[in-house]
Structures are given as C-alpha cells and as structure tokens.
Design a protein. Structure first.
Length: 318
C-alpha cells in the first residue's frame, strides 16, 4: 500500500442509504433537514478518506448550520428593510430615478461584499471542522484581502473579455491555499497565470472542435496543474489523473444512471470521488512531530447560511 497516496473507502451501498435517509427526512421536514443531510454526506466522505494509514474526520453539525442559516436569514431581512427604507425616503427627492439608481448601487455593493464573505467564511468553517490524527485544519485568510483579489480579478477579466481569468484564478488559489493550514503549518502554492492561460486556451479550443469530448482532458489538466503546485512542509503534492480516465468514468456513469433509473447515482458519486482523490499523492512523508494544534474560534456556519440564501435567490430569479 502506498502511504503517500490518498485512499477512498466509500461504497455505493452505504452512500445510497445515506442519500435515501437524507431525501426522505428533507421532504418530511419541508427542507429543514437539508442542513443535516449535507453534514451526513461530508462526515461519511471524511471518515472514508485515508492517508498514511489514518482516516480523516468531519466534526460539523446540522444544528450549527441551521442556526447559521437563521442568523443569515435575519441579516438578510434587515438589509432588505434598510434598502427599502432608503429607497422610500429617496423617492421624495425631486431628482428623476435617484431612488432606483441608489437602490441598484446598494445591491451591487452588497453583492461585491458577499462574495469575499462567503469565500472566506465557508473555507474557515469547513477547514475548522475537518480533522486528521486529532488535529484540525484551518484557514487564516481575511475577507478584505479576498475582496481586493476579486475586485481586481473580476474587473480585469471583464475589461480583457476573459483573457485575464487564468491570472485571476492563479492569484485567488495562491491566496486561499497559502492561508490554509493543518494544525499550525500552512500549505504552499505557486502558480503561473501564463501557464494556466495556455491550458485554458488549449482546453477551450479543443473542447469546441471536438464537440465537448476534450472537456475530460481539460479537467484533468486543471486538476493536475493545481495539485502539482501545492505543497506542505516543502513537500509537493502530485496528481496523475488522465483525461481518458475521466472520460471513461463519465461515460460509464451516464450508463449506470440511465439503466438504473437514477438509483445508481450513489455508486456514480463513489466512482468519481475515488477517481479524483486516489490520483493525488504527496512526494514524501509528513513530519507530524513538528505540527501543533491551532484552534479557530472565529469560524461559524453563518456564511454558509448566507450562501444558501444566495443560491436559493439565484435559483428563484434564474
């Protein structure tokens, strides 16, 4: 057994029972159980993942996610009320369309503020609840710093008609990964936007002329690019997934889902999870003696609640 490679022990049968329970209870509780359902799947996947003879674990709860959602919902209604109040008062100003313009500006600012809050908050929550060998992961990034990266990246991506996106993506991933840690030890990430640009250029061009067939190879190139540039304690990760593996598994997944009338979805999830995780390895063993615990008391599920509300609004409006 390769102690440097991730191993996923999940099975379709076990995951199917979890899905079955989640669907039933989510319907019975009119959607409330969805917070516990999401946690159940994450707990199962974490406990099924092994590296160097030890299993991971996830310590989040549905209860804290539900409470976080309620807090986010309260915040959402306060923002809507304040915006409505401002627009109502501005309606009395004798300037055409001023209330509409200000209202849209408020929504735009809120949207731009929500992105970094959700990115940082969600990563803080998920990493703080993930553990390995009784040590928690964590994230020390700041929302303001992420906001600067997103503001610059989105602006330049729009101005360059998408050309800048690989540089934006590289800068974003570099910040997020470099500020992620296991215990008190941070991960490392070094990426070149120019190299990623050519991966995107090749991937988009070949995907178009092959009518989408090359997308599997494009995804493989992206996964390998990210992991091959990620490190921990100076030791590099490696991903050796291939486009042919992804293409074959995706094709088989469609066959399983179609001929099982959807009941084989859990087995498909397990197959794809195994494929993407078990192709990842670390070039050398980790020195655990130098790693100490570091807790994060600022991590909460409230931003996940904000994301849930944002997704619900997006689905409703879209």
């Amino acid at each position: 057994m390769d102690n440097k490679r991730l191993i996923y022990h999940g099975t379709g049968g076990e995951l199917f029972l979890i899905f079955l329970k989640n669907i039933f209870l989510t319907i019975v509780t009119v959607g409330i159980y969805s917070f516990w359902a999401k946690t159940n799947v994450q707990k199962y996947n974490a406990s099924s993942l092994e590296w160097a003879g030890e299993r991971f674990s996830f310590h989040g709860t549905g209860k804290e996610r539900f409470i976080g959602f309620l807090k986010a919902l309260g915040l959402f209604f306060v923002v809507i009320f304040v915006t409505y109040l401002v627009r109502t008062l501005l309606a009395y100003v004798p300037i055409p369309y001023v209330s509409i313009i200000v209202g849209y500006l408020i929504y735009l600012v809120l949207f731009l503020c929500l992105i970094p809050l959700i990115v940082v908050g969600k990563r803080k929550y998920l990493t703080s609840r993930m553990a390995y060998r009784n040590l928690r992961f964590g994230f020390d990034g700041k929302a303001l710093e992420v906001a600067k990266i997103y503001l610059k990246g989105i602006t330049l991506t729009i101005l360059t008609l998408g050309i800048y996106y690989p540089w934006f993506y590289s800068e974003k991933e570099s910040y997020l990964i470099a500020n992620s840690r296991y215990g008190n030890t941070n991960f490392g990430f070094e990426a070149d936007g120019q190299e990623l640009f050519f991966i995107y250029l090749k991937g988009i061009f070949l995907s178009i002329i092959t009518f989408g067939i090359y997308i599997s190879w494009f995804i493989a190139d992206l996964q390998n690019f990210i992991w091959d540039r990620t490190s921990f304690q100076g030791k590099k990760f490696n991903s050796d997934i291939t486009g042919l593996q992804i293409f074959g598994n995706v094709a088989l997944s469609y066959i399983i889902i179609i001929f099982s009338f959807g009941f084989g979805f859990a087995w498909v999830v397990v197959r794809m999870t195994k494929l993407f995780l078990e192709t990842i390895s670390l070039e050398a063993e980790v020195d655990f003696t130098s790693i100490e615990a570091k807790t994060d008391t600022t991590a909460s599920a409230t931003t996940e609640g904000i994301e849930a509300i944002s997704n619900a609004l997006d689905s409703f409006l879209g």
